[in-house]
Each structure stands twice: as C-alpha cells, then as structure tokens.
Design a protein around this ligand. Sequence first.
Ligand SMILES: Nc1ncnc2c1ncn2[C@@H]1O[C@H](COP(=O)(O)OP(=O)(O)OP(=O)(O)O)[C@@H](O)[C@H]1O
Ligand SMILES: [Mg+2]
Length: 326
Amino acid sequence: MKFVGLDIGTNYTKVTNDGENVFVFPSIVAYGKKRDWSLKGEEKDVYVGEEAVHFQNVEDMEILRPLHEGRIMHESYVELAKYALKKAEGDFVATGLPVKSSRKEREEIKSKLQESLKKEVVIFPQPVGSLAFLNYETGVCVDIGFGTTDVAVLVDMEFLKGDTLLIGVDNIYESLELEIRNKTGVSITPEEMTKLLVEKKTVGRIRSGKKISISYEDIKEDYERLMRSWIDRISSRVKMLIEGLSISIVENFVLSGGGAMLPGVYEEFQRHFSEIGEVTMPDNPLTSNVKGFYKLAKLLYEEKEVEEKVEEKKEEPKEKKGRKKS
Ligand SMILES: Nc1ncnc2c1ncn2[C@@H]1O[C@H](COP(=O)(O)OP(=O)(O)OP(=O)(O)O)[C@@H](O)[C@H]1O
Ligand SMILES: [Mg+2]
C-alpha cells in the first residue's frame, strides 16, 4: 500500500508519497485547442502547473486557478489532483480542505476525487496537516495561505473548532502592488512579489526604452508597515477564536503556510501571542500540511486494518457455532 499526501492550495499544489520529498507546482490549469505543432510527440489540450504558466498570455487558451477565497471554483480542481498523482503515485490519498468548507462540499469533492483518481480519498481540515506533521494531537494551528488563513483547534486528534479567514497573502500583495504602482508606474505580478520579498531579487520592466527596477530595499518600509497591520488583523481574529480555551490546548501553537515565510511575519506573529506562549513554525511551513496528510493517511489506514482484524476475530466464533449446528 502506497500513501499519498495531497495539498491543493490557491497558489501551489503540494504532493508527496514518502512524507519527505514534496513536489510543488502552481495551481494553474490551461485548457485550449491542440497546438499546430507537437514537439514532444504528445497531443493534449489540458496543461497543468508550470506548463500552464507558459500559456498565460497565449490566445485561445483558458487559464484557470481552481481555488478562490477558500472555495473550489471549477472542475479543473480534479485536473490538479490527477497531475499531482502522476508526479507521486499511490493508492490511498489524504488531502485537506479549508476548515469552513461545508459537509456537502466535502462529500462532493471526496466522491469526485475518488471517481476520477480511482483511489480511496480521505479529507482533513487543512491546518490539521501541520499539527500531525509535528506529532501534536492537541494544539492550535494558524495556516497563512495565499487565498485564506485557516485556523484549527485540535484536542486529542478531534476537531474542536476553527475558521477560514478571507485574509491571505493575496491581501498584502495587493496593497503592496498598489503602492509600488503608484510610485513607479510598474504593476508587478504575485510571482514577482514573492521573488522580491523572499529571494530579495530585483524585478522591473522596460518603459520607453528605460529600465525601471524595484529592489527589496526600495519597498522594505512600505512592506513592513503593511505586514504589521496585516498580521494585526489576522492575530485579532485568532485571539477571538481561542478566547476561553483551556491553556493546555494552546501549549502547542503552530504557525504554517507560505505566508509564515515572508520576512518578519513569524516574529510579528509571535509578538502578538507572547503572553500566551511560544509559537512553533515547522522548518518548511509551505510543505508541512502535505507531509502531515501523508502521515495521517498511513495512520488511518493502519488503524482501519487493526479494526478490520478485530472485527474478523469477533465474527470467527459465530462461524464455528454455525458449523457445529450443521
Ligand atoms: N520560498 C517560497 N516559495 C514560494 N512561496 C513562498 C515562499 N515563501 C513564502 N511564500 C509565499 O507563500 C505563498 C503560498 O503559500 P501556500 O502555498 O501556503 O498557499 P496556498 O496553500 O496555495 O493557499 P491557500 O492555503 O490559501 O489555498 C506564496 O504566494 C508566497 O507569497
Ligand atoms: Mg494552503
């Protein structure tokens, strides 16, 4: 039995079938006509991930990002899952959905995925992956993703409460993009923003034969101001959610998601919760959910097997009685 952890996010899809190596690709699907030429000898009209990125400015192509603000907007969600399973094959898939997705939504997604992947699928609230990755059965996880911030409170591996906040990395990127555009006239993409903030690489455009470049130093002040108010908004919502909880639950307090990796975010978040305790961040908060889903898939399967064996044992004596009678 081979297990798969799958985390389909607004910006990136992550998949692993060993719990360590994670394949990450942009959550983008491009549909279009068959191209005039096929250089790789394969004819297809659906492109996923990096391949789809290249088609972003090509005519006759429909470019879709299947997730928006915690909602699955399109059937192309299944294409992301299929592509992920090609990159990391397996039989038993554990994946996550935003905490506030409805039961109906979850059931629909589960059966759609099972049908198209022809695999067994289990679904968890997204931040539970990071808690499982850190072996926490009780705790709080705040997962700052691109489209949403998901919060989950677990007690003994049971979901106690949670929320999906419509505040993600996209909010701070939008505000920062506006400031940069007003100052330089250059409109930069989210991918460029990540390059600028995370890799500290200079980005820019050619305008009227001149180079307009933007460096991290140029935007540092604006970024820090916007980041502080963004984390302030997230923190006050999280504080509302954990109000009244027993202090033992909050002993394991985890920050995850790609947003946690932006400069200064972890420190700022910690500062807001310094009177509650320490906040843990996994080494790679972008992939901790998916690694946790992998662990959960394995755990759940093993538990099921044990249960089935117990059931078999319970049934055995009955069979013997039956045989004696006949
Ligand atoms: N090293 C990095 N590589 C890529 N993205 C990074 C990195 N560090 C920080 N980020 C930020 O993380 C964001 C993606 O985070 P994440 O993958 O957790 O979101 P998501 O799961 O796609 O979204 P959601 O959970 O809201 O559906 C990127 O948009 C970027 O802003
Ligand atoms: Mg996510």
